[in-house]
Design a protein around this ligand. Structure first.
Ligand code: CP
Length: 340
């Protein structure tokens, strides 16, 4: 079983991951399911939280993490089929994966969008090539289109801070009014985090509003899936270009910048399109005052006073550090389920 996208799992399965993560965090679960096993973590891109939390989590579950950086400390990798490898790629994924799985029990992969070719990148070609060649579980540590480890930590954090059932331990997230808001950033960024957050929020039945300027619409197919999941799980989804009213009465503000899909391959056009959006699309104290005492969330890393003001991220309503901590617990829950 792979962990590529939360939509590969039903709500009950996702809730079980979070219930397990809560047990792990509370110290109730101290199992060592990875004893004597190794897990490879393949990083095509930089990371703090994902790398550290996976490495620590694997250790705490009794296992050993093998970190590989293609093009850095390991060979450059080709993923396309049938290519003549006379360029700068040294090894094909067909051999890389099949060799690696003789050593390890699972493979985690981080491979960002390059923001060059939307139609290709929206299909997650590198992640899916790993899944194609592997017989061990593949864990998505952020691909071009999804960051499902982040979104599980996000759902757990919402539950921790907004869970309304105060009688005993909570395993099922309660419904919240959630805003996913685009934020200005000096350069276009991948869409994996907003995609996965919106999808998971819909799967958990939250009432979700997605706010962004014109030109930053999410993928059409993904939007259809988010709507279907919201409807199936008792939630709702709304879209707005109004950055002020979007905050009215919400309990969760989730900020993230992303690039426009029509600008893939032309970063300068995206930067020009967003030139006048800087002051309007920052998360600040005035906007947070419109919420229902809402919590502030961001996956991190975040640019202070660009995406969010110091006053908001340093406020008691900011839960970004809890959110980052929960990466550890949710990933340990996922590893426990996947690695047998
Ligand atoms: N949120 C997140 O994935 O952080 P890193 O890029 O530091 O891993």
């Amino acid at each position: 079983m792979n962990y590529l996208n939360t939509s590969d799992f039903c709500r009950a399965e996702l809730e079980a991951f979070i219930a397990k993560a809560i047990d792990i965090k509370s110290g109730k679960s101290v199992e060592k399911p990875l004893a004597g096993k190794s897990v490879a973590l393949v990083f095509f891109n930089p990371s703090l939280r994902t790398r550290a939390s996976m490495q620590v989590g694997i250790y705490e579950l009794g296992g050993n993490a093998v970190i590989l950086e293609p093009g850095g400390t390991s060979w450059t990798l080709e993923h396309r089929e049938g290519v003549v490898m006379d360029g700068n790629k040294t090894e094909h994924l067909a051999e890389f994966v099949r060799v690696l799985e003789r050593y390890v029990s699972a493979i985690g992969v981080r491979t960002f969008a390059e923001l060059k070719d939307w139609e290709t990148e929206r299909t997650d070609p590198i992640l899916n090539a790993f899944a194609k060649y592997a017989s061990v579980p593949i864990i998505n540590l952020e691909s071009a289109m999804h960051h499902p480890c982040q979104s599980m930590a996000d759902m757990m954090t919402i539950l921790e801070h907004l869970g309304r059932n105060t009688t005993g331990r909570e395993c099922a997230p309660t419904k919240a009014k959630v805003l996913l808001t685009w934020a200005w950033h000096p350069k276009p960024l991948p869409m994996a985090v907003p995609n996965s957050f919106a999808l998971a929020a819909a799967q958990f039945g939250h009432d979700l509003t997605i706010a962004h300027p014109q030109g930053y619409e999410l993928d059409d197919e993904l939007i259809a899936e988010i709507k279907q999941q919201a409807s199936a799980n008792g939630g709702s989804v709304a879209f707005t270009n109004d950055v002020e009213t979007a905050y009215d009465g919400v309990e969760v503000v989730y900020a993230k910048s992303w690039g426009g899909k029509q600008f893939y391959g032309n970063n300068d056009a995206d930067i020009a399109h967003r030139a006048n959006l800087r002051d309007e699309w920052i998360v600040d104290e005035a906007k947070m005052a419109r919420t229902a005492d809402g919590i502030f969330m961001h996956c991190l890393p975040v640019r202070r006073n660009v995406i969010v003001t110091d006053g908001v991220i340093d406020s008691p309503n900011s839960v970004v550090i809890d959110e980052a901590e929960n990466r550890l617990h949710t990933q340990k829950a996922i590893l426990t389920e996947l690695v047998r």
